[in-house]
Design a protein. Sequence first.
Length: 216
Amino acid sequence: MRRRISRRQARQRGGQRLFRWLALAAAGLLAAYIFLVETEVKPRLDALGEYHCRAIVAEAMNAAVAEALAREPALVDALYQVEHGPDGRVSAVQSDAAALNAARVALVGAVQAALEALEEESWQIPLGSLSGWTVLSGLGPARTLTLCPEGYVTGTLEEDAEAVGVNNTRYTLTLVLQATINLVLDGRGGTAQISERVPIASLLLAGEPPTYYGGA
């Protein structure tokens, strides 16, 4: 004998099925959202954070070096000593190690001070703009990107010699700066490693390349 189901029971069962379907749909949407955030949003936010950081920090580094050299041109005035042979040709180019180190310390200090003077900056970026989908650009809740300019700067000097044209040699001194900058990406702390090469001195010699080139 078949049991008859009342309308009330049918509505209850229908409501339960609807609730299950809604719960499954919500779980699916949540899983899709988490997948989107982990695979698209976070990598794009990290890349965007590093891009903004590099642009701001590199500009500050170059400006700090330029201002320091304009303020103290003597830092690079006597870095090289050119020696000539009996025939008058350039026989050697000698760099002054003490002068090089003094220039490095002064310029790295100027860059460190410039970065410490930078103010904290924040950007609000819509989630849709980080999804990679053009139709969602500018839509959705915002993610916050914060640049905390406090960081640690180190610097080394690199000397290079290259032939320029016919019987010309150019000696270039480059300050290689490395900075570790703090970032806050959507509440997650992180760091960015910024490297910048800044030429600080150049010497052009005419004639045959010297037979010796080195530091004092």
